[in-house]
Design a binder for this molecule. Structure first.
Ligand code: C2O
Ligand code: CU
Ligand code: CU
Length: 471
């Protein structure tokens, strides 16, 4: 299976998808898309400082009533954090929930003590103030809770948000970057609501919970008013279990400019982009004055047998976000033909490949144990990791602290949309994916980073391991 086969997996010819309707029938797109505010910060003693509060609240998401939700500095989701490469930042988190939680900075290179994994719990009423220096390329990252065994629930209740990193290389390019105007966070999550508008937290299938209503930035049936010729969409699959095969209702093509860890080397024209939970893609879509079209998810295979397609949501057709272009659009510069310089690791420096076999809620036949370190990596080391999905179930693979390069998928080179920096990758059943990465210089003799399946129910059930980065 190579690039072609992967495209075939996504395309899954010959089957017709089932329309997923929201709780109250066919979606009537009418709600202005909520744009998460940019988090306020102050610069103090050379550090950019953010203040976040994890809190409970109520949100009216669908008709029928309010849902009990959790959010950061609000009732649902959280503000967009933004910082520039080279800055030192500190984030003060106060937990006003009645349960302990954490916030993890997904995709970030940072010391393990600041990572926000299951070893950095913030007790109810407690505070936690991780600090680190931003030292990685411009990218669309995100933050979400990571309490061991309860990550799915905490994300589903609404904790999370986007974290945008800027750098000089990206700033020099003629790309849409007016936040909330032509540069739009698109946080996609599916949830199920009852007739009273409350969140339903049950009904798991093989991959976890598949919701019947798709929200963007917490808005159901959302409409984005397009005001420029080009709009940059920062797509984030923040769902607990569902994968999306994104495209537009009229099959128009778009341009992918970035993956999980930053800009691609060159823009890639596409008509579909599949994102499994945790993955991101920055795309630019062009619109003509007065046009109306919809971002949606198309049926996909996910590499499972037909009989199991419903169990993984592979065949669902979902309407996600309506885009409505104004009668007059502000002009946009052509998309640059060269984007980022890629400083890929040298494969010759990697030693023996470490192998990770994804099984039934386990990795290498082991379930997550908070007290067991699964492996140690040397600071600055270049390593090759091989990930095999030996299970008849979709899984993906996420590694903390690093961005990796995909070397091969069943011995074939990755398709261009997977050729940039990644921190989370889809591993279809029976496929072997080889990754190459260079670890950072942050060491800690006792506090580990995590690697895991980002289908959060699988992670909670034990599909996670721990590694130390040591001197
Ligand atoms: Cu996005 Cu360990 O997580
Ligand atoms: Cu992570
Ligand atoms: Cu999994």
């Amino acid at each position: 299976l190579g690039a072609g086969a992967l495209a075939a997996l996504a395309g899954c010819s010959g089957r017709t998808g089932r329309e997923v309707l929201d709780t109250f029938g066919k979606l009537d797109f009418r709600n202005p898309l909520h744009i998460p505010p940019l988090a306020e910060s102050v610069v103090k003693d050379g550090q950019r400082v953010f203040d976040l509060v994890t809190q409970a609240g109520q949100s009216e998401i669908v008709q029928g009533g309010k849902a009990d939700t959790w959010g950061v500095n609000g009732a649902l989701l959280g503000p967009t954090l933004r910082a520039r490469r080279g800055e030192d930042i500190r984030i003060n988190i106060s937990n006003s929930l009645e349960v302990a939680t954490t916030l993890h900075w997904h995709g970030m290179r940072l010391p393990a003590v600041a990572d926000g994994g299951p070893h950095q719990m913030v007790e109810p009423g407690g505070t936690w103030s991780p600090a680190w220096g931003i030292d990685q390329p411009a990218a669309t990252l995100w933050y979400h809770p990571h309490p061991h065994g309860e990550t799915e629930k905490h994300v589903y209740k609404g904790l999370g948000g986007m974290f945008i990193i800027d750098d000089d290389e990206e700033s020099r390019l003629a790309l849409p970057r007016h936040y909330g105007v032509d540069d739009i966070p698109v946080i996609v999550q599916d949830k199920t609501f009852n007739a009273q508008g409350q969140l339903v937290e049950s009904g798991r299938v093989g991959v976890g919970m598949l919701g019947g209503t798709v929200l963007v930035n917490g808005t159901a049936a959302a409409v984005l008013a397009v005001t420029a010729e080009h709009t940059r969409l920062r797509l984030l699959n923040a769902s607990t279990a569902r994968s999306y095969n994104f495209g537009f209702s009229d099959d128009r093509s778009f341009t992918m400019i970035g993956s999980d860890g930053g800009l691609l080397a060159q823009p890639v024209p596409l008509s579909r982009i599949m994102l499994t939970p945790g993955e991101r893609a920055e795309i630019i879509v062009a619109a003509a004055p007065g046009e109306k079209f919809t971002l949606r998810s198309f049926p996909q295979c996910l590499g499972v047998a037909d009989s199991r397609a419903a169990e993984v949501g592979a065949q669902d057709k979902l309407e996600i976000l309506e885009l409505t272009a104004a009668a007059t659009l502000s002009p946009s510069a052509p998309i640059p033909t060269q984007l980022a310089t890629m400083d890929y690791p040298d494969p010759a420096l990697a030693g023996d490949m470490r192998m990770f076999q994804l099984g039934d809620n386990s990795i290498n036949s082991k379930f997550m144990d908070m007290d067991r370190i699964d492996l140690e990596v040397k600071a600055g080391a270049t390593e090759a990791w091989g990930v095999i999905n030996a299970h008849n179930q979709p899984h993906n693979f996420h590694i903390h602290d690093v961005q990796f390069q995909i070397l091969s998928m069943d011995n074939q080179p990755p398709p261009p949309e997977l050729a940039g920096w990644k921190d989370t990758v889809y591993v279809p059943p029976r496929m072997t994916i080889r990754l190459l990465m260079r670890f950072g210089e942050h060491t800690d003799p006792v506090i580990p980073y995590m690697y895991h399946c980002h289908l959060l129910w699988h992670e909670d059930m034990g599909m996670m391991g721990q590694f130390l980065v040591v001197e």
